[in-house]
Design a protein around this ligand. Structure first.
Ligand SMILES: NC(=O)c1ccc[n+]([C@@H]2O[C@H](COP(=O)([O-])OP(=O)(O)OC[C@H]3O[C@@H](n4cnc5c(N)ncnc54)[C@H](O)[C@@H]3O)[C@@H](O)[C@H]2O)c1
Length: 325
């Protein structure tokens, strides 16, 4: 049994707490959050103790730390935990500032850090990746990644999010790198505020398209919107020399209704907590493997590479020019 601590008892922290507490090889020993009521409630739910950050870092019995607190804490807490000899499961993005993220290379590159790009652990996208890797549809030529939230977040969230590319599309940049199998060398992005004028007033966009091009010429289009209006729209199409592989949306049920008007399927799963529930479990399972000595499948360098693409997309949108990496 590996004893772990959770830092940050918010939306995603509560998911990770549950998955850690129910995991057969992990013990959720401690919860840290400056909001005492949040820490107390979550710790009580899973039989953990409320601790301070300093107590967790100094406790040699804590083998791993899950950093699920606000984005501005990710880099610092990850470095503290690695320096204290702990394995780290760090939420995305690694930071909002590319220069600061890169400056942590000495401390974090090659370390026991899992950067929580949960979509890599989604069974549907894993199956898609396996189909591309086994060569059954030939050489990959292009990707279409569609990632639309059901409804926009509140302005208070947008104000500190770092913008659509660093907060939301960062997952898609990681998927693009993973599936393309090559680093993008050119980025062009454009965006608009079409959904919520308040998002525009905060200097952000809510609708965006990004085009990536790799060194060999593979192309990827990423489509993002903060509002689908019909659920959490998460699809990937991969076009290759011998066919197309497509990971479609996951519906709430497989039931379809048929009548004189035609046929109708169920709704899309509403948001990330449902759509990626199995992915979050699988990534916690991978963290348990890391605590038993396995290398991290997605780490610091992946976090920085995705952030570099998000930074390039932000620059491209502002300048209207292609950014070459
Ligand atoms: N991978 C995913 O699917 C996913 C989904 C949601 C959020 N996230 C990321 O997880 C992080 C948290 O997001 P959220 O939606 O859970 O936010 P949230 O606001 O619901 O929760 C954040 C929690 O962190 C706590 N916190 C703030 N400062 C802290 C500190 N210094 N030490 C300890 N705890 C602190 C807050 O009190 C709060 O309980 C963000 O970086 C976000 O980008 C990832």
């Amino acid at each position: 049994m590996s004893r772990i601590a959770l830092i940050g008892a918010g939306r995603i922290g509560r998911i990770h707490a549950r998955n850690a507490a129910l995991h057969p090889r992990l013990e959720l020993a401690a919860v840290v959050d400056p909001v005492e009521a949040s820490a107390q409630a979550l710790a009580a739910e899973w039989g953990a103790a409320v601790r301070t950050l300093e107590q967790v870092m100094a406790d040699p019995g804590i083998a791993g730390v899950v950093v699920a607190s606000s984005t501005d804490t990710h880099l610092d807490y990850s470095m503290q935990a690695i320096a204290a000899g702990k394995a780290v499961f760090c939420e995305k993005p690694i930071d909002q500032d590319l220069g600061r993220a890169r400056s942590a290379a000495q401390a974090l590159d090659g370390s026991r850090l899992l950067l929580a790009f949960n979509r890599r652990f989604d069974p549907n996208f894993r199956a898609l990746k396996a189909k591309l890797d086994d060569g059954g549809i030939g050489g990959l030529e292009s990707l279409q990644i569609t990632s639309n939230d059901p409804a926009p977040p509140p302005p208070s969230y947008v104000a500190v999010s770092g913008g659509l590319f660093k907060d939301m599309a960062i997952h898609d940049f990681d998927m693009a790198r993973w599936l393309l199998g090559e680093e993008p060398v050119e980025v062009y992005a454009t965006g608009s505020c079409l959904v919520d004028p308040e998002i525009g007033r905060l200097g952000d966009v809510d609708t965006a398209r990004t085009l990536l091009r790799t060194g060999s010429g593979r192309l990827c289009v990423i489509s993002n919107s903060r509002r689908s209006g019909y659920g959490y729209d998460q699809r990937i199409e991969a076009y290759a020399s011998g066919g197309m592989a497509c990971a479609d949306n996951v519906l709430e049920s497989t039931v379809r209704l048929f009548n004189d008007d035609g046929s109708r399927g169920d709704r899309l799963q509403n948001f990330f907590l449902d759509r990626y529930a199995r992915a979050y479990q699988a990534e916690m399972d991978h963290f348990a493997d890391m605590l038993a000595g396995a290398p991290s499948a997605v780490g610091y360098a992946d976090g920085v590479a995705a952030l570099a693409l998000a930074e390039a997309a932000t620059q491209s949108m502002k300048s209207g020019a292609v950014v070459r990496l």
